[in-house]
Design a protein around this ligand. Structure first.
Ligand code: SF4
Length: 378
């Protein structure tokens, strides 16, 4: 059963047959072709068109079935993907990172302790190892070593419906991963519908491991299983994972409001940025770590970074003036200085005109320079 393209769907619709109801818009789309394209991209459902022939309806019902199964281990979900490319929709379940711990080895407790202690915090997300696979667990009942990490005994893990690739050869593994995902998604081939994991045997070449892990993470491993546990390797690959597993149709954004750091009062510093999550957390982390009380005004800019918002006219002096009015900044603080991101230096004069009650100060381009900048102005 092949995935239907927009053109294939269109062939069945009244628009292609020049039949009654052609481009009637009852489905909410301006034309039958627009509906066909949306349906192919799963942005609408087949039942929105009442004039669809039975043959196409049946094809659509078959297509609705998830092309890749989802396997669950406690709260972890593995697989369940239904697109080849992230921009088509989004990837559903993050690639799981698993470590094998062999309880027959003398250092297994020390390895578990390192896994437990591993944690990175990025864009407001706490990232830990997802899964520990216990080998030769025997009498060792390891439970709840840490809330975020799931444990499974190797014998139970091997009984799961997962496709396993032992990584002995980069080209072979990469090719196999693409073949399995393509057959599952494009061809809806049941034989390839199990999620797939890549197993890395012990390897002291961390560079090689990192390069391979990064490639398989992008295309198309549902899980990466490592015999070794290396903190730097995991931190690197899991940071990459965080960037891949976002919804490309929804920019990462935070609420537009005034954020407070270190108990500010009416005389505290006032910073400004956009509601793009990466920018916000970079600036917010710096401000939180300063010993100086401050406010951060987050303007609504469609989740765009400062420069993109400026270029797309989502960060204009008019909009900034409106935001400050909405937040009633003039009555909230006595401070009459607003520090804008360094990247917005070109719009300083324009902002100054729009905000005559405040002095506009151009701040730093990078968030990590804020501490130094603050030292010089306080
Ligand atoms: Fe075409 Fe059906 Fe939409 Fe009417 S409801 S425009 S016939 S797809």
């Amino acid at each position: 059963m092949m995935k239907l393209s927009g053109l294939e769907i269109f062939k069945y619709l009244p628009g292609a047959q020049k039949a009654n109801h052609t481009n009637c818009k009852e489905c909410g789309c301006p034309t039958c072709m627009a509906f066909a394209v949306k349906l192919a991209q799963k942005q609408t459902t087949y039942d929105r068109c009442k004039y669809m022939p039975e043959e196409l309806k049946n094809l659509c019902i078959k297509n609705i079935k998830a092309p890749q199964k989802t396997v669950k281990i406690d709260g972890l979900k593995i697989g369940g993907e239904n697109v080849l490319y992230r921009h088509e929709k989004k990837f559903i379940n993050k690639t799981i990172f698993a470590v094998v711990v062999d309880c027959s080895l003398p250092d297994f407790n020390e390895k578990l302790k390192r896994i437990k202690n591993f944690e990175i915090n990025r864009v407001n997300e706490k990232i830990k190892v997802d899964l520990v696979i216990l080998k030769n667990a025997g009498k060792h009942k390891i439970k709840n070593l840490c809330d975020e990490t799931v444990y499974i005994e190797e014998k139970d893990f091997l009984n799961l419906s997962l496709n396993r690739i032992v990584d002995n050869n980069f080209h072979k593994t990469a090719k196999e991963l693409v073949k399995i995902r393509t057959k599952a998604i494009e061809n809806r081939d049941e034989k390839y519908s199990d999620p797939v994991y890549v197993y890395f045997k012990s390897n002291s070449n961390k560079y090689n491991l990192c390069a391979r892990g990064a490639y398989y993470l992008c295309k198309y491993a549902n899980m990466l299983v490592f015999e070794d546990f290396d903190e730097t390797l995991f931190a690197t690959l899991m940071t990459l994972r965080q960037n891949i597993y976002t919804d490309p149709q929804k920019p990462l954004q935070v609420e537009s409001k005034i954020y407070e750091f270190n108990n500010p009062d009416e005389n505290s510093l006032v910073f400004m940025t956009t509601n793009f999550a990466l920018t916000f957390f970079a600036v917010a982390n710096e401000l939180a770590n300063l010993k100086v009380p401050s406010y951060l005004i987050v303007t609504p800019a469609g989740g765009m970074s400062v420069l993109t918002a400026f270029s797309a006219e989502k960060f204009t002096s008019k909009m900034v003036a409106k935001t400050l009015k909405k937040f009633d900044l003039i009555n909230k603080v006595k401070t009459r200085k607003i520090i804008i991101p360094g990247l917005l230096a070109p719009m300083k004069n324009e902002l100054q005109k729009a905000l005559p009650d405040f002095e506009i100060i151009v701040g730093t381009i990078e968030a990590y320079s804020i501490a130094e900048f603050v030292k010089n102005i306080t």
